[in-house]
Design a protein around this ligand. Structure first.
Ligand code: AMP
Ligand code: MG
Length: 341
């Protein structure tokens, strides 16, 4: 009798152990890309830690490849090659660059031109102004502004070519980071991983659930806190299958003749955006869309910016301004509070 019970007990014990299995542990890896620390966390009960780690490495590799295509600082990038050939007619470009330009076109259209990746000549003008500590002349601003306007850039999807008018220069700093974060997420998903969070200097994409279940919890940093990771948070969000990006004049600015200037330019005037808006956080279906729109809302300002956000499905925003009596004043799009925790 006793002997015959043993296999039954063994099976029952094995079943209990299987049921009590710990929830799968997330794998986190970090890498410096795009001049910032990128952190990827991923987990999936059906994948080993080794498989997840390899998928994260593949995501980093894809992100690095795209950075090399889209960087304006790197003279050998496809983007720099295209900019050097402005005025020469159609130039064949990398598929990744073409895809980002497609997304940039959407941001340009939905923002009424407030997001405009042809701001390159203006960006250069204001960088030189900061170096010389001299505000550029109206004449210099006008000349640079004449070399902007995304509606004058010809993109031939079939031929895979882009034509820039003479003197033009694309600057994808307002959308590339979001696009690259999304591309990393696609690599993880293609490897069959169902849950992940990819974060690059405050811009992120989250998919699936956080370890243990439920939407991923992410924080929005205090505009005054700079790049510090341990910075105070001004909002806590719960997001899944969403990109979240923040644009702020507080983070990157220059001082010219004793005055602070934003790194975000108003394509309509050629001048840096006045700093009424301290920061804009946008939640969108992916990080590329969020990135383009957060830059656009920083240009448009609170009222126009939030009105446009409210007209877009699946997109929400939080605008932070200085309060009347110190501190901050917060302004939200109509559905933002659904993400707040
Ligand atoms: P972000 O931090 O995403 O708001 O991007 C800011 C960067 O986008 C700047 O450093 C410029 O490289 C670029 N940029 C500046 N102004 C604009 C604009 N109006 N539209 C598109 N890109 C811009
Ligand atoms: Mg942006």
């Amino acid at each position: 009798m006793k002997a015959s019970l043993l296999p039954v007990l063994t099976i029952a014990l094995a079943a209990t152990v299987a049921c009590r299995r710990e929830p799968p542990l997330p794998v986190t890896k970090r890498c410096v890309l795009m001049g910032t620390e990128v952190t990827v966390t991923a987990w999936d009960g059906a994948r080993s830690s080794e498989e997840i780690g390899n998928a994260i490495d593949a995501a980093f590799a894809r992100m690095k490849t795209l950075e090399n295509v889209l960087s304006r600082h790197d003279e050998t990038s496809d983007l720099s090659r295209l900019n050097r050939r402005a005025g020469e007619g159609p130039v064949e470009v990398d598929a990744g660059l073409l895809a980002v330009l497609r997304r940039a076109r959407d941001a340009f259209d939905t923002s009424g031109g407030a997001f405009d990746p042809t701001v390159g000549p203006l960006v250069d003008l204001w960088i030189a102004a900061a170096k010389n500590d001299r505000v550029p002349s109206m004449e210099a601003v006008r000349t640079a502004r004449e070399r902007t306007g995304f509606d004058r850039v010809r993109i031939d999807e079939k031929a895979g070519t882009v034509s820039l008018p003479e003197g033009f220069a694309l600057d994808l700093g307002g959308i590339a980071k979001g696009y690259i974060v999304d591309a990393g997420a696609s690599v993880l998903r293609e490897a069959g991983i169902r849950n992940g969070l990819l974060e690059a200097g405050g811009d992120l994409y989250a998919f699936g659930a956080r370890p243990g279940g439920g939407a991923w919890r992410v924080g929005v940093q205090d505009p005054a806190a700079g790049e510090s990771v341990s910075a105070r948070l001004i909002a806590r969000l719960a997001v899944s299958d969403r990109g979240v990006t923040t644009s702020g004049h507080y983070r990157r600015f220059s001082v010219i003749e004793g005055k602070r200037f934003s790194h975000i330019l108003d394509p309509r005037t050629g001048f840096p955006v006045e700093q009424a808006v301290l920061s804009v956080t946008v939640i969108a279906p992916d990080a590329a869309e969020a990135d383009g729109l957060s830059t656009a809302v920083a240009v448009l300002g609170r009222d126009d910016g939030l009105a446009r956000i409210d007209s877009l499905p699946g997109v929400e925003a939080l605008v932070v301004e200085a309060g009347d009596e110190g501190g901050y004043a917060f302004f939200e799009s109509s559905g933002f509070s659904a993400y707040a925790r």
